[in-house]
Design a protein. Structure first.
Length: 223
């Protein structure tokens, strides 16, 4: 509703600012998702904030043909739009200083820089492959206490994830009691299978009569 929209905008606008912000009061639009982006400083504590927004618009139904009693049902369309929002920092707050500008959303991100790939230790990878495989089996089963290092905390996976298998395990080159590597793991979620990449830190745990490697941390990442 226009009044609710104006009330929400008033909280981020300077006192006395026009809360219509360029809208003529017609039509209907719903915000489904908001993704904040880059903040570009300009001058005098001002900045331009890029925001991508998924909106749903309701379009009027078609005009009824002669002899028809009703127009066709209204149609909805979901689309991403980009907004550049001008803001300024004042009195310890950030407020919007003017109307945002609607711009296009890029079809893809910028080219990534060339990243150095860590050297690998194939012998250590083979030595610890069963350790990593056993960890993911326990992870999928909801009980990692016996396969994680003392003091390690690994939150349980969301419901509905079924382990298909560890696709690959590559250990980084290194020495010492703490080692890292990359695991690619395939999960089944519903009717779909998806491969995910994890960075895993292993630590060597020693007891009175044996030593073994256990998982200390796990992160969903390639770096």
């Amino acid at each position: 509703a226009p009044a609710a929209r104006a009330s929400m905008l008033a909280a981020v606008l300077p006192e006395g600012a026009d809360t219509e912000m360029g809208w003529d009061g017609q039509g209907q639009q719903e915000v489904l998702a908001v993704q904040p982006g880059a903040v570009t400083p300009t001058t005098q504590k001002q900045a331009r904030v890029h925001v991508d927004v998924l909106i749903r618009t309701t379009e009027e139904g078609a005009t009824p043909a002669r002899g028809k009693k009703k127009a066709s049902a209204a149609k909805t369309a979901d689309r991403w739009i980009g907004l550049d929002v001008p803001v300024v920092q004042t009195a310890g707050q950030v407020v919007v200083t003017g109307q945002p500008g609607i711009i296009g959303v890029p079809e893809h991100g910028p080219e990534a820089p060339e990243l150095k790939t860590p050297e690998t230790d194939s012998a250590f990878g083979q030595q610890t492959a069963d350790t990593v495989d056993g960890f993911f089996r326990a992870y999928a089963g909801g009980d990692t206490e016996t396969v994680t290092a003392p003091g390690a905390t690994v939150p349980p996976l969301p419901d509905g994830m079924v382990l298909v298998g560890v696709t690959s395990w590559t250990a980084d080159a290194g020495t010492g009691d703490d080692r890292t590597g990359t695991a690619r793991v395939t999960w089944r979620i519903g009717q779909a299978q998806v491969e995910q990449t994890y960075r895993i830190e292993l630590t060597r745990v020693a007891s009175a009569d044996a030593q073994r490697w256990q998982v200390a941390t796990i992160h969903g990442s390639t770096a």
